[in-house]
Design a protein around this ligand. Structure first.
Ligand code: ADP
Ligand code: MG
Ligand code: ZN
Length: 611
């Protein structure tokens, strides 16, 4: 539809331009110099006139030097008579051939019709062109069955394994696949069965699509790419036939790779009956299974698929002979983060002292995509400040932007609000600094960012994969530090703590229901994971605990929060001087970096406590 509007706009523009040009040409053509009869007679007398053609009252005069002119004779009288009245010499007139042409002749019609018909013809031609195009678009929309499998362009912006940092094991696995496609004979001679499907699993932004593209760049075989959501469209039955088509295309050019991105869009567990349209998904999924089973023993097509929701995939997809190779991509650890940052700073002029290792320490939990985004933001920030190179501080600044949204220094904040925010953040920071099991405070700020009025950043000393109960207890207390500080200083709370409370409640509930960290309820989990709830399993009524248990869970959650709050309150009330010092420093400087914060609390010689 958009295309059609665009076309119409273009047509109108073309018509305007065309008629403009045409009017110029038409005017030009229709204007040979007009002679008066006096001038004509003079020219005849001097022998300059080669011929005269008469249409009714119009004279087309051709001179001896080939120029064409016109003149009008008087209506009633004949031409010779008229010229004689103007005093033409008879001898001279006799030398000029005079033709009388009928007005109904072809030339007349041409001169009348061409100016009127030409624009009409042009218009018809243009409309015909548009409709042909529109019809083309339509027939595209109606060719459901054809999958739009794209062949990856192999040379331009091709990606290789070198462009993928970290993910060493993953790359090894995929190198094997590449090797296989390059020398299938070696493997077949050993009686090895060709892997059919390789499933890349990992959180969004961990580089699944990037790796698939790298495989395309490394293996010199055709690489077909389709996003699973393209299988499923408005009409039922499209998915299955598109699947057939995609596989047929890949098989035709075997050895080849067929890459199905975001396969969870169709590969979800069947029969959950949520969200409608699952029949269509089921059919598409079945078709994929059928196609993969239908591979001959030596079919050299490898199906590569990517998903960030491996937990929701249908078990049938994971059976041997289908996606029997599964590769998990994790978020990068500190070394990989540094390597990814390096890759994405290659074409950016970094300041010499910029230390990407330090950036890596500050970005635990960032995915590869986050890091790429981070470096891009840093470059934009540096450019906006008219710098020649990207400074370390530009990168740090961008970390917070990526995490929490852009800084909003311009946001109007009343003095009272600023004070509340300062004490709130000071509360978080002080509680974190006071607890033995809490991560150290990296930065405290009362500059509003995104939705947050201010923020306190604490980071673990090293990447961690396990977290203990005492660390969680410290987290709960730290999260409640802002709330406790507001209460202690102003005798009431503000809405500024609502986000904290949400996070506290979620964490406490997870401790009880997922991690088995409640002493009272013991090592047990309750309910299904949230993914299952999203899939609609929970709606079927298979909540796996009783109402009595639900009450106990709620009590335990409350008791966890109460303990955290008690700890926060105790710290705030016994260390009020330190709290005030931090808040004052914040009101003055707005942002305290780790060293500055430590300097502010150093005089109070705070002893680490247990939560
Ligand atoms: P997804 O896993 O969601 O498919 P992508 O492959 O699309 O993630 O990654 C998004 C972007 O993040 C990539 O284009 C790349 O710039 C960056 N990226 C992710 N992982 C890495 C990595 N290991 N090395 C280099 N860049 C990476
Ligand atoms: Mg992707
Ligand atoms: Zn807070």
């Amino acid at each position: 539809m958009k295309l059609l509007y665009k076309n119409i706009a273009w047509t109108i523009l073309a018509l305007v331009a065309f008629s403009f040009v045409f009017s110029l040409i038409a005017d030009y053509g229709a204007a040979p110099k007009a002679l008066s009869l006096n001038e004509l007679v003079a020219k005849i007398n001097t022998g300059e006139v080669a011929s005269i053609i008469v249409h009714d009252d119009t004279l087309d005069i051709t001179l001896t030097d080939k120029t064409v002119m016109t003149a009008q004779k008087e209506g009633e009288a004949g031409l010779t008579e008229t010229l004689k009245n103007y005093g033409v010499e008879t001898a001279a007139l006799q030398a000029v051939p005079i033709t009388v042409e009928d007005r109904t002749g072809g030339r007349f019609w041409a001169s009348v019709l061409i100016p009127t018909l030409l624009p009409v013809i042009a218009m018809i031609a243009i409309f015909w062109f548009i409709f042909r195009q529109a019809k083309g678009g339509q027939s595209q929309a109606f060719s459901f069955g054809k999958a739009s499998v794209k062949l990856f362009a192999s040379d331009k912006d091709s990606v290789t394994f070198k462009d993928v940092a970290g993910l060493k094991e993953t790359k090894q696995e995929l190198e094997e696949i590449v090797d296989f496609l390059k020398n299938p004979k070696k493997f077949i001679d050993m009686g090895a069965r060709i892997p059919r499907g390789v499933l890349l699993m990992g959180a969004p932004g961990t580089g699944k699509t990037l790796l698939a593209r790298a495989v395309a760049g490394e293996s010199n075989v055709p690489f077909f790419h389709i996003s699973a959501s393209e299988f499923v469209e408005m009409f039922v039955g499209v998915g299955a036939s598109r699947t057939r088509d995609a596989f047929a295309t890949a098989k035709k050019s075997a050895p080849s790779i067929l890459f199905i991105d975001e396969i969870d869009a169709i590969g979800r567990q069947r029969g959950t009956g949520m969200g409608g349209g699952h029949d269509e998904r089921e059919q598409t999924l079945n078709q994929i299974l059928v196609e993969m089973d239908g591979f001959e023993r030596d079919t050299q097509v490898i199906v590569l698929a990517a998903t960030n929701r491996a937990d929701v995939l249908d078990e049938a997809l994971l059976r041997p002979g289908r996606f029997d190779r599964r590769i998990t991509l994790d978020n990068p650890d500190i070394n990989d983060r540094e390597a990814i940052l390096k890759i994405h700073s290659k074409d950016k002029p970094l300041e010499k002292t910029a230390d990407l290792r330090k950036v890596a320490t500050r970005t635990p939990g960032f995915s590869g995509a986050d890091l790429a985004n981070l470096m891009n933001e840093a470059a934009i920030y540096a450019a906006r400040n008219n710098r020649q190179s990207v400074l370390q501080s530009d990168i740090y600044n961008s970390i917070e932007k990526v995490l929490m949204g852009p800084e909003r220094r311009g946001k109007a904040v009343s003095a009272k609000e600023r004070e509340i925010t300062a004490y709130h953040e000071a509360g978080h920071a002080l509680v974190a600094a006071s607890l033995k099991n809490s991560d150290p405070v990296h930065k405290v700020s009362i500059v509003s960012r995104g939705y947050a009025g201010g923020y306190t950043m604490k980071l673990p000393l090293e990447d961690e994969h396990l977290r203990t109960r005492s660390q969680f207890m410290a987290d709960l207390a730290m999260m409640l530090g802002g709330y406790a500080a507001e209460e202690a200083m102003f005798g009431e709370m503000s809405t500024g703590a609502s986000n904290d409370l949400q996070k506290v409640s979620d964490l406490a509930r997870r401790l009880v229901t997922h991690y088995g960290m409640s002493e009272k309820l013991g090592p047990i989990t309750f309910g299904k994971s949230t993914d299952m709830i999203m899939l609609g399993r929970e709606f079927g009524g298979d909540k796996n605990y009783s109402e009595t248990m639900a009450t106990q869970i709620d009590e335990e959650v409350r008791s966890f929060i109460a303990r955290g709050y008690a700890t926060a309150k105790k710290i705030i009330s016994t260390r009020k001087k330190a709290l005030e010092a931090v808040a004052k420093a914040l009101l003055e400087k707005e942002v305290l970096e780790q060293e500055e914060f430590n300097a502010v609390i150093a005089p109070f010689k705070l002893k680490p406590l247990l939560a």
